[in-house]
Write a protein that binds this ligand. Structure first.
Ligand code: PLP
Length: 373
């Protein structure tokens, strides 16, 4: 007797690299050129990043965390200074501040999951040197208001745009409000495996970052400062360049998938769908919902995984809510009730550009079924 087996269904994940033949060719061309380290392909990568952010400069570095670090260093932020950021972010955001020697403070988020401009203004002290908004899930923070807060208090702005390639506010791009930090880690909208960039239209800061990333040299063997080696390689840049060239198409597909999920989930009782405020353009790095109050998130995750859709929790706790940070002398942990509600209920489901229409349907069906809706 033969048994009829259902065809194997693929697992739908929250991230999947989108490479293809152009990336393979670009990488092969670098290999064949014999020039693997920072060179012409990194320059092309930087030009495309500046175009992405609408800035005049982009400085490539080894990863997104390093791009935050070199941005803070270029601004000469260090011990005695304070930097205000969101409590709903990845540890890299605050690790970079702590490495600089500065103290990190937090302002609660709004319904857009990003730092609230009023809370940000209220967290400013005489020691504050910079505001560090995070464009979480690809949705830019309210940068018009945040730039206003920065201008009123004479503060620098460093945007953690690690998740927000090509996002924008009122026609202006994420990464153009001061120093914009982007990541090209494997799960981001554009990847180099590892990689980072700082975007800016400030020529002096751009030049300083180029010096700092290259052992403190502008000219060979002329050391102006104790520098570092934060150089990206042509090999890595070659992975990202073709993806940057088709970024608009990528974002269109992610936006289309998000709209399909909106329609599929609109009538689920108690489920909060991600809202994009007027004037803002999300890069749709993640599609993040708040589960109904009564839902058991672990059970929802298990049920979805059993049907081949793997969601993720970004993030399970406030960023400072770990022993290492709670007891850290440079961390000023303050209550953030709105962010606390989000970490208890948030769930990100796949929305990326490699999903087929059928995959998107499976994502919506899996979440609905897990919620008994
Ligand atoms: C990924 C990420 C970073 C760090 O980027 P890496 O390239 O992994 O160092 C920083 N902040 C946020 C919000 C991120 O998602």
């Amino acid at each position: 007797m033969t048994t009829v087996q259902a065809p194997p269904t693929s697992v739908v994940r929250v991230a999947e690299p989108d490479l293809g033949p152009e990336v393979e060719e670009a990488v092969l061309a670098v290999l064949r050129s014999g020039h693997l380290a920072q060179g012409p392909v990194v320059e092309r990568f930087e030009q495309l990043c500046a175009d992405m952010a609408g800035t005049t400069h982009a400085v490539a570095v080894t990863n997104g965390t390093a791009s935050l670090e070199v941005a803070l260093e270029a601004l000469r932020i260090g011990p005695g200074d304070e930097v205000v950021t969101s409590p709903l972010t990845f540890a890299a955001t605050i690790n970079a501040v702590l490495r600089s020697g500065a103290t990190v403070r937090f302002a609660d988020i709004g319904t857009d999951y990003n730092v609230d401009p009023e809370a940000l203004a209220a967290a400013v002290t005489s020691r504050t040197a910079a505001l560090l908004p995070v464009h979480l899930y690809g949705l830019p923070a309210d940068m018009t208001a945040i730039a206003g807060v920065a201008a009123r208090h004479g503060l620098a702005v460093v945007e953690d745009a690690a998740q927000a390639h090509g996002a924008g506010v009122d026609g202006r791009r994420a990464g153009s409000y001061g120093l914009g930090s982007f990541s090209f880690y494997a799960t981001k909208n554009v990847t180099a495996g590892e990689g980072g960039v700082v975007t800016t239209s400030d020529s002096a800061l751009a030049e300083r970052m180029r010096m700092l990333r290259n052992q403190g040299m502008r000219q060979r063997y002329v050391y102006e400062e104790v520098g570092r080696n934060l150089r990206l390689t042509d090999l890595q840049a070659a992975v990202a360049v073709p993806q940057l060239e088709r970024l608009a198409e990528t974002t269109r597909k992610r936006t289309r998938n998000a709209a399909a999920l909106d329609r599929a989930l609109a009538d689920v009782d108690g489920l909060v769908l991600p809202a994009v405020p007027t004037g803002r353009h999300s890069a749709w790095h993640q599609y993040t919902v708040l589960l109904p109050e009564h839902a058991d998130r672990d059970a929802v995750v298990a049920a979805m995984e059993a049907s081949g859709v793997v969601p993720a929790v970004y993030y399970p706790k406030l960023v400072w809510d770990y022993d290492i940070y709670r007891s850290h002398p440079q961390v000023i942990a303050t209550p953030a009730p709105q962010a606390a509600r989000v970490v208890a209920r948030c769930l990100s489901v796949p929305v990326h550009q490699r999903l087929s229409e059928d995959d998107v349907r499976r994502v919506g069906d899996a979440l609905r079924a897990a919620l008994g809706a």
